[in-house]
Write a protein that binds this ligand. Structure first.
Ligand SMILES: [Zn+2]
Length: 319
C-alpha cells in the first residue's frame, strides 16, 4: 500500500519535471521534442479537402481586421492535437535529451559552427516564382515596384546565410527563380527530403490586402505581420508563436497575431507532412508598408527574426 503511494508520488514528479525514461509511466502528452517525421503515408491533415480547392493562396488577400492587442478569433489555444499526430511513434528517439540540454546550457558560451547540435532540418520555402501571377505591388510614380518572389527569396537568402554560420541544418526547398507557383513541387520536395532530423517547414511571404485591382493600393490601415499554422496542429501553433513573437519584436510592425483556419488553408501547411508555418511579413500593396519592405535594414530585421525563432526552437525544442 505504502509502496504504491510512493510509486504514485514518484510518477507524479516525473510527470511534473519530465524526467526519467520510465517507460511504464504513460504520460498523457508526448514530450514535444519527439517530433515527426511522421509516417510518410499519413497526410498531415484534412485530406477531405479536394486538390482543386487549393487556390487558397487567395487567403493572402482576405481582409482580417484585428485590433492591436486583441486575439484572433481563430486562435484557439485549446485545440486538441489531431489523432494522427498522437499515434505517430517518434521516428527519431532523443534519448537523454533532457540531460544533454542541461549540459548544453551549462557550457553555453559562443556557439561555433561546428559546436551547434542540430535538432531539426529547416525546410525554407520562398513561396512563389517569378512567373507567379500577381504577387506584386502597384507601380510607384518612379516605376518602382515590389515583387513578392524577389522579397521572399531575399529573406530566405539572408536566413540561410546566418544558418550556415551557426551550423543549423536547412534545406532550401525552391532555389530556382524562374518558375510558377509550383505548390505541389514545393510540398513534394520537402516531404521527400531525406533527413535523420525531424523537419520543420517555414514558408516566407509578404501579404496583400483586398484592393479594387492589382493596380490600386489597399487601405493604409491593413498592415502588419501574421504567422499561419495548420489548424489543429499544436506543434505548428507553438512554432508559429515563436516566429510571430520574434517578428514583432525585431520589426516593430503591427502584430496581426497567429492565424489558422479550419477551411481555406494554405496548401503548403496542409500538405506538408511535418510541422509547418507560414509567415506573412507585411503588406506589399500597402503604399507605406511596402516602402519598409523594400529597405535593406527592414529585410534584415525580418530575416534576423526568423533566425532568432529558429535558434530558440533549436535550443528548446517545441515547448
Ligand atoms: Zn505569398
Amino acid at each position: 500500500m505504502l509502496t504504491k503511494f510512493f510509486q504514485a508520488i514518484g510518477s507524479f514528479f516525473r510527470a511534473l519535471f519530465g524526467g526519467g525514461s520510465d517507460k511504464t509511466s504513460t504520460p498523457t502528452r508526448k514530450p514535444v521534442t519527439n517530433l515527426e517525421p511522421a509516417d510518410p503515408m499519413q497526410p498531415q491533415d484534412g485530406s477531405e479537402i479536394k486538390p482543386d480547392t487549393i487556390v487558397v493562396i487567395a487567403s493572402e488577400t482576405e481582409p482580417v481586421h484585428i485590433e492591436p492587442g486583441e486575439q484572433d478569433i481563430e486562435f484557439d489555444p485549446d485545440t486538441p492535437e489531431p489523432p494522427v499526430e498522437e499515434d505517430v511513434e517518434p521516428a527519431i528517439p532523443e534519448p537523454e535529451m533532457g540531460e544533454r540540454e542541461k549540459a548544453e546550457e551549462e557550457s553555453e558560451t559562443e556557439p561555433t559552427p561546428t559546436g551547434h547540435e542540430q535538432r531539426f532540418l529547416w525546410c525554407l520555402d520562398n513561396g512563389h516564382g517569378k512567373q507567379t501571377k500577381g504577387k506584386r505591388s502597384p507601380v510607384f510614380d518612379d516605376d518602382k515596384q515590389f515583387f513578392e518572389y524577389e522579397f521572399n527569396r531575399d529573406i530566405v537568402k539572408r536566413i540561410i546565410e546566418q544558418l550556415e554560420e551557426k551550423g543549423v541544418a536547412y534545406f532550401n526547398v525552391v532555389p530556382e527563380v524562374d518558375i510558377d507557383n509550383f505548390l505541389e513541387g514545393r510540398v513534394n520536395r520537402a516531404n521527400s527530403k531525406k533527413s535523420t532530423l525531424p523537419k520543420i517547414f517555414v514558408s516566407v511571404h509578404a501579404n496583400a490586402a483586398p484592393a479594387r485591382s492589382s493596380k490600386d493600393w489597399a487601405a493604409d490601415s491593413i498592415r502588419g505581420i501574421e504567422t499561419w499554422y495548420y489548424h489543429n496542429s499544436k506543434k505548428g501553433q507553438k512554432v508559429a508563436s515563436v516566429f510571430q513573437k520574434h517578428l514583432i519584436e525585431e520589426t516593430g510592425f503591427k502584430n496581426r497575431h497567429l492565424k489558422s483556419r479550419p477551411n481555406s488553408q494554405f496548401y503548403v501547411l496542409r500538405k506538408t507532412r511535418m510541422t509547418a508555418v507560414l509567415t506573412e511579413n507585411g503588406f506589399y500593396n500597402n503604399k507605406l508598408e511596402v516602402l519598409e519592405l523594400m529597405k535593406d535594414e527592414v529585410r534584415q530585421q525580418i530575416a534576423d527574426a526568423h533566425v532568432k525563432a529558429i535558434m530558440e526552437i533549436e535550443e528548446n525544442g517545441i515547448v
